[in-house]
Structure formats: structure tokens, C-alpha cells
Design a protein around this ligand. Sequence first.
Ligand SMILES: Nc1ncnc2c1ncn2[C@@H]1O[C@H](COP(=O)(O)OP(=O)(O)OP(=O)(O)O)[C@@H](O)[C@H]1O
Length: 275
Amino acid sequence: MATKRIGDVVLDVKNISLAFGGVKALTDISFDVREHEIRAIIGPNGAGKSSMLNCINGVYQPQQGAITLRGRTYHGMSPRQVAEMGVARTFQNLALFKGMSVLDNIMTGRNLRMKRGLLWQALHIGPARREETEQRAVAERIIDFLEIQAWRKTPVGRLPYGLQKRVDLGRALAMEPSLLLLDEPMAGMNVEEKQDMCRFILDVNDEFGTTIVLIEHDMGVVMDISDRVVVLDYGKKIGDGAPDEVRTSEDVIRAYLGGEQTQPQRHRDTEELPA
Ligand SMILES: Nc1ncnc2c1ncn2[C@@H]1O[C@H](COP(=O)(O)OP(=O)(O)OP(=O)(O)O)[C@@H](O)[C@H]1O
């Protein structure tokens, strides 16, 4: 296998602090993400992982700090503006239209790329029709890539959970992102579904060159596919480095195992760090 080429920093997260009233979700968090990297964010429940992704895609506006994507620093940008800069995400709790087909759900990811307005699309004439045909071709290519051709006309709500997660990935890929944020892509999956999802994430990273930031509770998966890992605990960064460095860090082991006597609810059975 060819050596993976990691490039320059594309996302720079600097001194981010975010609070909800008295709850400090994130305190002074800094880390960077390099081109073509798979960067994981891990930590026990409530550590601030989803809040971090929500800052990166513009859903939350941190009270302090700055996020810079490819040299552009966010200043009160909306999620749509961040998406237009090439950032797409999947969600912990799927954000799909259950009654719509696989193809139509993936087409919703193309909306950002549509040049013609809604009126043109509704009238379905001339350039709008041509554009829709082109957009459908892209959606069909994504369906082939994710090996979900057999269900392209099936309403998403009828699919098993693992396939719904794959469609959610397809909807995000339809935005042709340069930075893909994955919020617990393996949650609720069986072993076989996890293996498939791992393969697709690695293929997206490899074949499209997409940079990926992912939150995941399954430590085996994180250690297998990530280039570097950030560890959060109670909103603070307690580790940052290659999977092997993080795995052997005393602070990280303490956060996962040490708290077990006092706060068992913060731990999930899939969360254990492998020996
Ligand atoms: N919209 C919100 N309003 C109020 N508090 C919030 C909000 N979002 C997150 N929090 C709080 O911020 C802290 C961090 O939550 P967050 O969901 O980011 O953690 P997490 O690491 O993603 O947890 P999990 O693994 O359980 O999904 C928690 O104390 C949570 O209750």
C-alpha cells in the first residue's frame, strides 16, 4: 500500500471556549487538522465532542477563540456559509427524510451545488432540467460508490440502521466536501456493519482525498483508522497525538478507567481502550 500523504494544516482550532449558561462545554481547546488526515475526537460522555463539531460547522458560536479553515477565520458564519466553504457532516441521530427514497435523500445533499433557483427547478424547464440531470448523475455515482444500488428507490425509513447510516454518509458526500465531519458513524452498528463503514471511510479519505474529523466511541475503530487523536474530558483537552501515544497516556487512561468508581454513567461498554 502506498504511503499516505499528509499535507499542510487545513483546519486550525485555537483556544475555543464554549459555555451554556453555567455549563462549560469546552475550555480553551486548540488542535489542528492536516490535509488528507483522519483525525478523531474521543472522550467520555459529556466531554464536549459534539459541541466541538458544532463549533466547526458553525452551529455553535464559541464565546472565545477562533476557527480557521484554509486560511479563512470564521466570524459569526452560519452553518450554510461554513458548508459553502466545503464542510459537510453526518449526525449522531440520523438527519434523513425517512419517507423519501435513498436517491432523493442523497439529492438533498446536492442542493448547495444547484445553481438554478427553486422556481426554475419547480418549472423543470431548460437549464434547470439539464442541471438536475447532471446532479442526479453525481448522486448515482455516490450510490454506486457506497454499494447501495439495490435500495436506491427504497424509502430510507425501511432500511436497516446500518444502511441508513451509509445513506447519511452519502448525503454528506453529495456536497463534495473537502472536510467531512462524522458524528459517531458506527453507533448502533453490528460488527459487520462497522467493518463496512470503516472501509467506506478509508476509501473516501483515500480515493477522494477528503480530510475527515470523526467522533467515535468504539476505540478499536478509532485506533485502527485515525492518523491522530484529540482526547477531551469535561470540556478540556487531555491528550493529542498518534493513536499509540494517546493509548498509553496516563491522563487518558485515568479519564476512561480512573473515573469508573465515581462516575460509571460516563462510560460505555464499547469505550474501553484496548490493551
Ligand atoms: N445545547 C446545549 N444546551 C445546554 N447544554 C449543552 C448543550 N449542548 C451540550 N451541552 C452540554 O455540554 C456538555 C458537553 O456536551 P457534548 O454533547 O458536546 O458532549 P459529548 O462528548 O459529545 O457527549 P456524548 O458522547 O454523550 O455525545 C455536556 O455537559 C452537555 O450537557
